[in-house]
Design a binder for this molecule. Structure first.
Ligand code: SUD
Ligand code: ADP
Length: 303
């Protein structure tokens, strides 16, 4: 049997692989119906932040999992239910004997249960990272099906690029022309239960998301996003009154547009420049140092 000293030599001698788990931002989220199994049909315009959790993967004599980062403690007592471990186990089952034991380190920088899909992004990053470490991959359709088993948001977090998602989140269409946006993510650090927000929805058959086919430049996109909605914001706002407060704070600090992401409670503010976003995040932090404020650019769609 290997001693703990030998074990760390073993890990150190093997190269590690890193993956970013980017925060998911629902620029718009329309609830358009409900499936017989209770899941809601959604139309979502989604982008990803240049900010998120970080995962490191390395070979190890036995499977190991460690947590660090500002929000690592929040997940410390979850007794093996972490989505990272679920993703590892499902992928291993699909891959078979090539899937040797791994050490996974999760630096948890994103608030938990906050509407920016941290858990889903971690699960997706685990799939990407372990396929690289294990030197294998799954056919696209099998990978998409496995991702969906982990959660409705996981397929889009695998892409981590601007996109429109429909169905329950699995029907994905890239939106390469969505511009990079300067943003502040703001959260009052009150976790929100996603099923509870869906349960409180007054209407499930809301108008679909319609975007003009020829949106050009940031001003056009801001007008289009502004005309869309997040149908989950009213029910989440009933549960967490701080959502309205934090949204007003973003506006007071110069946000051109504010909205809640996902099932909340994170709200985003879009700013004219990254300098304006960084100034606003610093001022907001001075006002409420016990809340979460993060300036970030969103990723490019690559168009
Ligand atoms: C609302 C969204 C919008 O992007 O984001 P978050 O607030 O979680 O970030 C997602 O649809 C969340 O996706 P995800 O967090 O992966 O959801 P899942 O684990 O699959 O489902 C959690 C629960 O949410 C409800 N749910 C989720 C997705 C969906 N389309 N309809 C639903 O009704 C169901 O009650 C389900 O049991
Ligand atoms: N790696 C993880 N990061 C965050 N939450 C996780 C993770 N693994 C499991 N969870 C659980 O998933 C639930 C949703 O978390 P999260 O993905 O952060 O929410 P949201 O999708 O609303 O942003 C939480 O209740 C949390 O306990």
């Amino acid at each position: 049997m290997m001693s703990s000293e030998n074990r760390s030599d073993f890990s150190a001698s093997c190269s590690s692989i890193s993956e970013e788990a980017r925060a998911k931002i629902n620029l718009a989220l329309h609830v358009t119906g409900q499936r017989p199994d209770g899941y809601h049909l959604l139309d979502m315009l989604v982008t990803f932040a240049d900010h998120g959790d970080r995962l490191d993967f390395m070979p190890s004599p036995t499977d190991e999992f460690t947590l660090s980062g500002r929000f690592g403690e929040t997940l410390a007592g979850d007794g093996g239910t972490n989505l990272v471990l679920k993703a590892r186990d499902l992928l291993r089952e699909a891959i078979g004997p090539l899937a040797f034991p791994v050490r996974i380190q999760l630096e948890k920088n994103l608030p938990v249960a906050s509407g920016i899909g941290g858990g889903s992004a971690d699960a997706a990053a685990t799939l990407r990272g372990l396929m690289r470490l294990w030197g294998t991959s799954l056919p696209e359709e099998a990978l998409a099906a496995l991702a969906l088993k982990l959660g409705a948001d996981v397929p889009m977090c695998l892409a981590s690029r601007p996109l429109i998602a429909r169905g329950i989140g699995e029907k994905i269409e890239p939106v390469p022309e969505l511009p990079v946006l300067a943003m502040v993510l703001a959260n009052p650090l009150k976790g929100v239960s996603t099923p509870e927000v869906f349960r409180r929805l007054a209407t499930k058959n809301n108008p679909t998301l319609r975007l003009a086919p020829s949106l050009r430049g940031t001003a056009d996109w801001l007008a289009a996003i502004g005309a869309a909605r997040n149908d989950l914001e009213p029910p989440a706002g009933e549960m967490v009154p701080e959502i309205a407060v934090i949204s007003a704070m973003l506006q007071a600090h110069g946000a051109l547009l504010t909205r809640m992401s996902g099932s909340g409670a994170t709200c985003f503010g879009i700013f004219a420049t990254m300098a304006a976003a960084e100034d606003a995040a610093a001022a907001l932090h001075d006002e409420r140092s016990d809340w979460y404020f993060q300036a970030t650019e969103t990723v490019s769609g690559g168009a």
